[in-house]
Design a protein around this ligand. Structure first.
Ligand code: HEC
Ligand code: HEC
Ligand code: HEC
Ligand code: HEC
Ligand code: HEC
Ligand code: HEC
Ligand code: HEC
Ligand code: HEC
Ligand code: HEC
Ligand code: HEC
Ligand code: HEC
Ligand code: HEC
Length: 289
């Protein structure tokens, strides 16, 4: 209660004072002998305005530490009527400062780093972050057509892939996505040699089933032991086995698969051409790489 009536007194006092200056300046505006209105200090502002000082105190950041109210608000109505500053008075020389409508994102100049924007922003982001758009454009995917803020809808926030996508199979987790995908080039799938075969099996059930059912030694290998590093990479048999058989035999039957079937199976000798099987693949052992 006490505080309240005190505030009321201050108001009456200050407003009366302001009214008096106003009348004086109206009547004696032309008289150079009249003393100028006493200059307001930054501390005076809070006597009549509550929100801007409170905002600045809480979240003014460099608009609190580097400048004061009157660096931006030069003078005061009614003496000065145009006291709302332009951002460009103080911010110039960077691409970012050439954007239109600064306050569409910096909603409140008294809390300059509380930034909000819609889900349709791209060009303004690029004034500060150059690399991502290059990746998005050079590696066309359906992400290329999305705005940056469609995914980053709060500044600095990294979305989870699983906000928008299902995992490939139930046990897979959000953390797994980045083992194969990058957000700004999602179709360039690359992986390391620790990738488990069940990650591939989610989409290649047939290959997985064939390989794991095979009684040959390839069944002990992970998919990525052969399909290394990059999705759709297909290895040559010779890259691991070298020239296992005599050149003459290979000249006659150039394809390994003629006798060994496909790598996932290797169980084709029974259906290989009789001539092929008859030609004994002399045991000239070559070193595996
Ligand atoms: C005696 C009370 C009082 C004090 C002290 C005061 N103001 Fe004001 N202020 C007002 C009133 C009343 C208005 C509305 C005037 C109008 O619209 O013509 C106003 C309006 C403003 C506006 C809006 C101008 C516009 O164009 O919309 C700004 C900015 C402002 N004040 C800043 C300040 C700053 C900065 C200080 C301290 C340096 C300050 N005021 C001190 C009473 C005060
Ligand atoms: C970085 C420059 C800057 C600083 C520093 C600044 N202001 Fe402002 N202020 C503005 C701008 C720009 C607007 C216009 C906001 C708008 O159009 O929404 C404004 C608006 C106002 C208004 C009128 C609208 C409202 O929100 O009530 C008042 C009053 C005001 N400021 C007071 C202050 C006071 C008091 C301080 C110091 C505690 C201060 N300002 C510090 C830039 C500044
Ligand atoms: C009177 C000069 C002045 C005006 C007008 C002004 N600023 Fe600033 N602003 C500064 C200074 C000084 C800094 C601190 C140095 C810097 O970062 O450039 C600053 C810093 C900032 C920052 C970074 C804050 C931080 O803590 O890192 C943002 C964001 C900003 N201003 C936005 C704006 C916007 C938006 C406007 C227009 C609504 C505006 N400013 C108007 C002087 C001003
Ligand atoms: C599309 C939204 C958006 C628009 C429009 C925008 N800004 Fe920013 N601004 C940002 C973001 C995001 C940051 C980064 C804030 C951070 O570092 O946390 C930023 C940072 C800043 C900074 C501090 C970093 C620096 O470069 O000094 C200043 C100053 C600034 N903006 C001024 C402006 C001015 C002036 C305008 C208008 C010409 C403007 N901004 C328009 C989003 C925007
Ligand atoms: C004025 C410059 C500026 C603008 C404009 C800007 N940013 Fe930033 N951004 C920064 C700074 C500075 C950081 C913090 C430092 C860092 O991690 O690079 C940051 C951080 C980020 C981060 C987090 C980076 C990390 O490694 O965690 C993302 C994501 C981001 N910004 C996206 C955006 C998007 C999307 C936009 C457009 C809506 C945008 N930024 C606009 C300057 C800006
Ligand atoms: C499809 C959603 C999506 C879109 C669209 C998107 N990002 Fe990202 N961004 C992410 C994810 C997720 C990450 C985390 C890194 C990762 O997974 O590769 C990220 C990371 C970032 C980072 C942190 C540094 C880095 O490169 O990893 C910045 C900065 C960033 N994005 C800016 C942008 C900008 C600027 C745009 C628009 C040109 C954009 N992003 C478009 C989802 C997206
Ligand atoms: C904010 C939502 C969002 C986030 C977050 C997101 N995406 Fe997407 N993604 C989309 C949309 C929308 C499409 C296009 C879907 C369509 O048209 O069918 C898409 C498409 C894709 C595609 C298919 C690309 C093509 O061109 O066929 C891949 C792969 C993909 N996303 C992977 C990811 C990965 C990995 C992450 C995390 C790093 C991620 N996405 C994060 C929204 C998102
Ligand atoms: C073992 C690697 C691997 C992992 C881990 C992985 N992906 Fe994929 N993802 C792929 C491959 C390969 C494709 C197919 C690319 C093509 O069609 O060329 C793909 C395609 C996609 C697509 C496009 C639509 C579709 O289903 O074909 C989306 C969306 C996607 N992944 C999201 C995710 C998400 C979300 C995660 C994490 C839960 C994830 N991926 C984890 C390899 C992986
Ligand atoms: C999200 C589903 C998905 C995942 C996960 C996935 N692939 Fe694929 N893969 C595809 C699609 C789609 C194709 C193209 C099929 C076509 O062209 O008929 C493909 C094709 C291939 C091809 C054939 C390339 C060619 O030239 O015929 C190989 C090899 C392959 N994938 C290996 C793998 C390996 C190894 C993994 C695990 C690291 C994996 N894939 C994970 C969807 C996937
Ligand atoms: C990434 C390396 C790699 C590639 C590529 C590869 N193999 Fe193998 N292969 C192996 C390894 C490792 C073994 C097991 C050797 C051992 O344990 O002595 C093996 C074993 C074999 C065996 C003996 C199987 C058994 O159970 O005794 C045959 C036959 C064979 N590979 C044929 C092929 C053919 C044909 C291709 C191409 C279609 C091929 N390999 C591609 C690595 C590879
Ligand atoms: C004309 C049929 C034929 C062709 C073509 C052929 N192989 Fe063989 N390969 C055989 C036969 C038969 C054996 C012996 C099988 C056995 O000893 O059980 C054999 C054995 C092997 C073995 C050794 C298995 C072990 O246990 O050591 C490897 C590895 C192998 N072949 C790889 C290849 C590769 C790589 C190619 C293609 C460059 C190829 N073969 C082409 C018929 C063929
Ligand atoms: C020993 C090496 C090796 C291993 C292990 C292996 N592959 Fe293959 N894969 C090949 C070769 C070589 C080809 C080309 C066809 C051929 O000559 O057998 C191939 C072809 C493919 C193809 C395209 C043809 C098709 O069958 O659809 C896919 C998809 C594929 N592999 C997926 C896988 C997956 C998934 C795994 C793990 C479950 C796997 N591979 C394990 C060597 C291997």
């Amino acid at each position: 209660m006490k505080k309240c009536s005190l505030m009321k007194n201050v108001w009456i006092f200050v407003l009366a004072g302001l009214a008096l200056f106003t009348v004086q300046s109206m009547v004696f505006a032309a008289d150079p002998a009249v003393p100028a209105a006493p200059k307001l200090s930054n501390d005076d502002c809070a006597k009549c305005h509550s929100k801007p000082p409170a905002d600045i105190a809480a979240n003014g950041r460099k608009h609190k530490t580097e400048i004061g109210c009157q660096d931006c608000h030069n003078g005061h109505p009614p003496t000065n009527r145009k006291i709302i500053p332009l951002c460009s008075q103080c911010h110039e020389g960077k691409a970012h400062y050439k954007l239109a409508a600064c306050m569409s994102c910096h909603k409140n100049p008294h809390t300059p780093l509380n930034i909000t924007f819609g889900n349709n922003v791209t060009d303004p982001c690029v004034t500060c972050h150059a690399g991502q758009i290059v990746k998005l454009r050079d590696n066309k995917s359906k992400h290329t057509a999305l705005n940056c803020s469609f995914c980053h809808n709060t500044h600095g926030k990294i979305p989870l892939c699983t906000q928008c996508h299902k995992t490939h199979y139930t046990e897979q987790t959000t953390a797994d996505c980045k083992k194969c995908h990058q957000a700004h080039m999602p179709k360039n799938v690359a992986y390391n040699d620790k990738t488990p075969s069940k990650d591939c099996a989610a989409c290649h059930k047939k290959a997985y089933d064939l390989l794991t059912a095979s009684k040959f030694k390839h069944s002990k290998l992970a998919c990525v032991a052969c399909h290394q590093a990059k999705h759709k990479m297909v290895p040559q048999c010779q890259s691991c086995h070298g020239n296992r058989h005599p050149a003459a035999m290979m000249a006659q039957f150039p394809k390994c698969g003629t006798c060994h079937s496909i790598a996932h199976d290797l169980n084709n000798l029974s259906t290989a051409p009789a001539a092929a099987v008859a030609a004994p693949p002399s045991a000239k052992k070559t070193k595996k790489k």
